[in-house]
Design a protein around this ligand. Sequence first.
Ligand code: NAD
Length: 215
Amino acid sequence: MKIDGNTFIVTGGLGGIGGAVAKALLSRGAKVALFDVLPAQKGSLLAAEYHPTDAIYVNVDIANADSTKSGVQIVVEKLGNLKGVVIINFSSAAAHGLYARTLCYGPSKVAVAGITRSMADFLGPSGIRVNSISPSIVQSNMTAGFSGYFNDDLLAHAAFPRKPVPVEEIVRTVVYLVENAYVNGEDIRVDSAWRLVTARTPGARDPRDLAPGLE
Ligand SMILES: NC(=O)c1ccc[n+]([C@@H]2O[C@H](COP(=O)([O-])OP(=O)(O)OC[C@H]3O[C@@H](n4cnc5c(N)ncnc54)[C@H](O)[C@@H]3O)[C@@H](O)[C@H]2O)c1
């Protein structure tokens, strides 16, 4: 699918990854609707900073079906029909290394990877592809509070490179998934082959005590 001239919805579009993805799509000639939970006025100001004409902000709680449906209607009214649809979900490295530190987050991201495959099968006949991306650590508001801890773990347990993923690499993966019409039902790990582990060495501190605020 071409990016130039098409319309995209970016959920969490005012966040770290969503914001970077939205700006990249805009810079390639797309129109972008940012769905986020910030108040409309603040969101609209930020959208105008992303792009003066091609970015709109829509206050949508994507956990609420009615809110999401009316958000999509607004996009169609303001930016026209969503012609070809590409859905890209965000799973996580935590879905691939289920362990004590992410007792809720990890399984929730397994569900994201699972629904990606099921929905690719379900939506295929409608010409809609569904893929997901599983990053390790990307600097954002979400990770700002605990990136030091996870940086240490990357150093200890990633194959290479042993550092957080620059958001630009996540953006490149999104662009690849949009543009390659034959990748479908796939989860792409962008995680430096990081293997999350629970240390059980006698005398070692329990990693659950060290986990800062994920759960
Ligand atoms: N940053 C990482 O290291 C990392 C790693 C793996 C996976 N992920 C996943 O990537 C996605 C984006 O993460 P991020 O790091 O950009 O986080 P972020 O906190 O920077 O951005 C998340 C955005 O989503 C918005 N949001 C929250 N709830 C919402 C709702 N119900 N409806 C609409 N918008 C809502 C927030 O207001 C925020 O702008 C998340 O699903 C996260 O789990 C992130």
